[in-house]
Design a protein around this ligand. Sequence first.
Ligand code: PRT
Ligand code: ZN
Length: 293
Amino acid sequence: MERIRIAIQKSGRMSDDSIELLKKCGLEIPTKSRQLLCHVQNFPIDILFVRDDNISSFVSEGICDLGIVGKDVYTEDTLALENKLSAEIKFQLGFSKCRLSIAVPDNFSYEKISDIKNLKIATSYPEILKKYLAENKVEAEVIKMEGSVEAATHFKIADLICDIVSSGATLEANGLKEFSTVMKSEALLIQTKNPKFSAAKIETLEKLFARIQSVMACKDSKYVMLNAPREKISEITKLLTGADSPTIIDLADKNKVAIHAVCNETKFWEMMEELKKVGATAILILPIEKMML
Ligand code: PRT
Ligand code: ZN
């Protein structure tokens, strides 16, 4: 049977989360397996472990059918190839979140984007930065650096930098502060554009995509159970964010009902407090192990 080939980062910030996602989709991946190619035993899928810089082109050239790569890297690769990259985004995966930002030395006082006019900016993302500067009608000199961008101002290579920021600790440690966000990034699942797949390969892909969607939905969803005064049903169901159609169950006490719903919400403590305020009791919030949409 034809096998699907997925490129993921061999070692780095995205590798553990990429493997975890595939494992949650039911793929048996040996824990220590980081050889170039891993043959998944229970699914017609092979995993190629590579540097993230190669993933977009491997997918574009059809060496791999799918890849997991940062939106920052994928966007830079797309712009560098003047949109001729033959790889498209299938899912935003919600991990490896960070932002690409312009940062200035602590003692510089910049207020607006035009204040960086004619200055030198060091970055590993020259194409994204050039596009951002053009969109903002600012002319500045872009200096490409492969790494250690945060040291560029210190060594007087540039006046500013444009680099990935997550917690902000690296900028702070290098006497820099964030000035403006150029783009937000997260891990993407990309796939080859217009692939010519056999029916069997399409079936494997569709199964994998459904499982990925399910894993992502489970991550953001919880099963909410509570008891409520019958007259508060509509008020309470309005607070159950993301719930499609809650289940309402009669209780022995005729004045009360139980309400069950799958909710997606990032602030469940706040949701529970609001529910309690309008009369809900015995509120339970449970994790969801698996969910088929
Ligand atoms: O070896 P390979 O080429 O595969 O990896 P790499 O070294 O090129 O990439 P890697 O593993 O560092 O990052 C992979 C992807 O993770 C990036 O493309 C981003 O999409 C994403 N990501 C998420 C990050 C960060 N968070 C991050 N914090 N990428 C880099 N950083 C670096 C940043 O460059 C800076 O040096 O961490 C520092 C900033 O972090 P804070 O927390 O101090 O702000
Ligand atoms: Zn890289």
